[in-house]
Design a protein around this ligand. Structure first.
Ligand SMILES: [Ca+2]
Length: 264
């Protein structure tokens, strides 16, 4: 798989530089690096908008009118084992599961869809104001991004909004919060059109630290400005973190690496 090998080599050589990244000031949220643990194939035609892991499979949603779908994907091979295409009238966005339901947002149609998690059979829809970007969950609520610097909390059964979290870094709002994933009690969100993931405190909205994946973006973008980092999934049982991007050929398992403390 030459593409995988090429992406891996480019990413490793750059990652070594970025791991050495340090906080830019006493009050600034630190920038963490990463190590690549494993590479998996990813469908280069998937305009990834939502991603989560459950019981050995990735669930992925793709966007663009006429190309939107929800998929169940075998992690090891990237094989799509189940897929439902979305009406061309809609631009699919983030997904999450709750109980036996899979819930999907759309970008600007202000409507979300509910499917049976096992079969992807349609089960209903719900409405919300504004744009829909991404979804994740903790133990008792759904967490939604809408492209602004606010995250919304939704009741997982009624899908009504129950509150918002204003996200800031060093006191300034962080806009364009995109694909999200709850990991160990914090919320990871990649920032649209950047190489950065914010690790957000769900109580205060403060960015605790950044993870910079610039080498992975460089290795996968190939001059296509749309091929941005977008997709975070977490396997809590095995503590595995996965990231990918729109139209990327690779999905990465990564380990987050704190910056090396500088000598006094
Ligand atoms: Ca996710």
């Amino acid at each position: 798989m030459p593409n995988l090998r090429k992406a891996f080599c480019a990413a490793i050589s750059c990652a070594l530089v970025w791991i050495a990244g340090a906080p830019t000031g006493a009050e600034a949220a630190p920038v963490y690096g990463y190590q690549i643990v494993h590479l998996y194939p990813h469908d280069a035609n998937a305009f990834t908008e939502g991603l989560f892991y459950k019981d050995g499979f990735l669930y992925e949603s793709t966007g663009l009118e006429g190309r939107s779908s929800i998929r169940k994907v075998k992690l090891e091979t990237g094989e799509v084992v189940q897929q439902r295409n979305i009406s061309p009238a809609y631009f699919g966005e983030g997904i999450v599961y709750w109980k036996n339901k899979l819930i999907e947002l759309t970008w600007r149609s202000q409507i979300g869809f509910i499917y049976d998690l096992a079969t992807f059979a349609p089960k209903g829809s719900f409405r919300y104001k504004g744009e829909g970007w991404a979804l994740t969950r903790d133990g008792h609520r759904l967490i939604m991004s809408d492209g602004t610097s606010d995250l919304r909390f939704l009741d997982p059964d009624s899908l009504k909004e129950t509150g918002r979290l204003h996200v800031t870094a060093d006191g300034a709002p962080v806009a364009n919060l995109n694909e999200v994933e709850e990991v160990k009690g914090n919320i990871l969100a990649n920032i649209w059109q950047t190489s950065k993931i914010a690790c957000i405190d769900p109580k205060t909205g403060a960015v605790l630290y950044w993870i910079d994946l610039a080498p992975l973006v460089v290795a996968n973008q190939n001059g296509n400005a749309d091929a941005v980092l977008n997709g975070i999934a977490y396997d809590a049982k095995s503590d595995r973190l996965f990231v990918t991007g729109k139209l990327w050929t690779t999905l990465y398992e990564i380990k987050i690496v704190p910056p090396v403390a500088s000598k006094p």
